[in-house]
Design a protein around this ligand. Structure first.
Ligand code: DGL
Length: 270
């Protein structure tokens, strides 16, 4: 009864930790496409092709349901995958919508017209591909009116994290926050719209100020997955073992994972 969790690299581990805590009886197969990370500077066609290949590999591990714990793939490829590629007996879900539902104070499946919400000025930090897709603004517009979103493409941050260069990652986060604040000096809330960014959460919070409410996806996705599996238990696949797969060098990727997650994680070759 395993479930798959996909990311281009280490970022999805922030989601994996939360879902594994929420659903301790479920085995999870984590897949990091480290050889092809970062996705955030790739074209939508490229992201679609790589994400489909990774999802097929995870299906082969006995997971009928795969969570794209990657905003870039969720924004640039998921809709196309669901509409044209995913067979009826499988599911691929993204990490985007639960976050927007939380921001707009909606319950699951609330399809009423868009309405005014408390938060008016929102900073969005995401990869260049996610920002270019405008998927966040599109989903938000279905649910809320009068929300001003300023998006900052955070070039270089995922690369620095994947290479284990925390000092560079911190410097880049600070400069991206400064760039955003020049355009929106007083955001009330900030979305960490890339699953790698919670690994830099303290740096984002310090640069933004403590008064800015940070939204990140892990806990929200965990709740939404638990709810989904309650309603659709048939999508728990046949797999029985939790594992960590990577298209990169397993020793190198395991090392970086331990550095950022501060616990032992052993990747094996995908
Ligand atoms: N963690 C992915 C995301 O949430 C990473 C992106 C990348 O590979 O650039 O967008």
């Amino acid at each position: 009864m395993a479930v798959g969790i996909f990311d281009s690299g280490l970022g999805g581990l922030t989601v994996l930790d939360a879902v594994a805590k929420r659903l301790p009886e479920v085995p999870f197969v984590y897949f990091a496409d480290s050889a092809n990370a970062p996705y955030g500077v790739r074209t939508p066609d490229d992201i679609y092709r790589l994400t489909c290949a990774a999802v097929e590999r995870i299906w082969a591990e006995g997971c009928d349901l795969v969570i794209l714990a990657c905003n870039t793939a969720s924004a640039a490829a998921l809709k196309r995958m669901q509409e044209t590629w995913v067979p009826a007996d499988k599911r691929v879900l993204g990490v985007f919508v639960p976050l927007i539902e939380a921001l707009t104070e909606r319950n699951w499946g609330d399809n009423s017209p868009p309405r005014e919400v408390a938060v008016k000025h929102v900073a969005l930090f995401a990869t260049p591909a996610t920002v270019a897709s405008r998927a966040f603004q599109r989903e938000l517009a279905f649910r809320a009116i009068g929300v001003d979103v300023e998006a900052q493409p955070c070039g270089g941050v995922v690369d620095a994290i994947e290479q284990g260069d925390e000092i560079l990652a911190e410097a880049l986060v600070r400069s991206h926050v400064e760039a955003l604040k020049r355009r929106m000096p007083h955001p009330e809330a900030a979305i960490l719209g890339c699953t790698h960014y919670p690994l830099m959460q303290n740096t984002f919070q310090a640069a933004l100020g403590q008064q800015v409410q940070l939204y990140s996806q892990a806990a929200l996705v965990a709740e939404s997955l638990a709810d989904y599996l309650d309603r659709r238990p048939e999508f728990l696949g046949t797999g029985t073992v939790s594992k960590f797969l990577t298209t990169g060098d397993p020793a190198y990727v395991s090392d970086k994972a331990v550095q950022f997650l501060r616990r032992q994680i052993r990747f094996e070759a995908a």
